[in-house]
Design a protein around this ligand. Sequence first.
Ligand SMILES: Nc1nc2c(ncn2[C@@H]2O[C@H](COP(=O)(O)OP(=O)(O)OP(=O)(O)O)[C@@H](O)[C@H]2O)c(=O)[nH]1
Ligand SMILES: [Mg+2]
Ligand SMILES: [Zn+2]
Length: 337
Amino acid sequence: MTLASLGWDDAWDDAWQAATPDLPGGTVARVAVAHRGAVEVIDAEGQFWAEPTGKMFHRAGDARELPIVGDWVVVEDAARARADGSRAALRAIVPRRTCLVRKAAGEADRPQPLVANVDVAFVLASANLDLNPRRTERYLAAIRTGGAQPVIVLSKIDLAPDLAAAVATLTAVADGAPVLTLSATRGDGVDALAAWCRPGRTVAFLGSSGVGKTTLVNRLSGAARTTAPVRAGDDRGVHTTTRRELLVTAAHGIIVDTPGMRELALFEDAADTAFDDVAAIAAGCRFADCRHKAEPGCAVVAAVAGGELAAARLAGFHKLADEQAARERRNPSRKRR
Ligand SMILES: Nc1nc2c(ncn2[C@@H]2O[C@H](COP(=O)(O)OP(=O)(O)OP(=O)(O)O)[C@@H](O)[C@H]2O)c(=O)[nH]1
Ligand SMILES: [Mg+2]
Ligand SMILES: [Zn+2]
């Protein structure tokens, strides 16, 4: 294995040197699995354990300052950790290029970073179930806000009652993201998805439990990670994958499989980044702080009336914007950017 096959490149080298010039003995490795308090990392020589220093734990303002799957980290004594199974001291995280964050479960307004340095994030939805375009929209918003490129994947097309309708439903909320269709079990469409996965690039598979993420990851990686049938009654998944894990493949780059998430609650304000189309039209609204509801001179409402913007897009925008406003009311220190 080489660092390049793990996604390392010259720009990472520069970022590492710039971020941690005071760590002469450190080497870099990539986080494959994150546990509470420690991580499994990989470098050119193989896998070993590393543990953030007490200083890093104490300094961390929130979970985003601790290592997560996909991170490049600076460690000391990698050779010893590899040899005797001890934990290498993890000194620093190389600044992330991208980071997918959601709001942590529960009432508190806390961020939960899920995976770092993903280039392309596949959002899977199963073609045999009722699609929830609002959910897909939320994934796209979080992915774009985090800096990765989203690709929508309609899975299980061998079971689709009406494929064209399903594609249309998702295309309506894609805002430019590609929409791929495939069957991971039958194999059709898998090559088109595989074309997005290449050496040096990091991709992640996201979506509800049972949509076929691991089945697809196994096809791409040649691995045999556990998959399980969906429930007979309602075709929901049974949460088979229980942790985020980074896999390194020869032909398809670096792949992160994730556990099914029912909802992806947004942490960051995403209404503006996720709705480029709305934002562009909003430049023509009479009021700069127009909410595109009942304000006079609203270009967005006019665009919906004129058929240039789908009503569903504006509804999706309102849903996110209202959530952001509610968060700000609960927590006024969070200012809208
Ligand atoms: N008919 C059909 N079944 C599929 C397809 N892809 C996956 N499945 C089946 O769907 C079930 C769930 O697949 P998984 O790959 O475990 O789903 P997952 O998204 O990884 O689920 P979690 O790990 O729980 O999040 C398995 O029984 C798969 O064999 C497909 O394209 N067509
Ligand atoms: Mg799985
Ligand atoms: Zn407006």
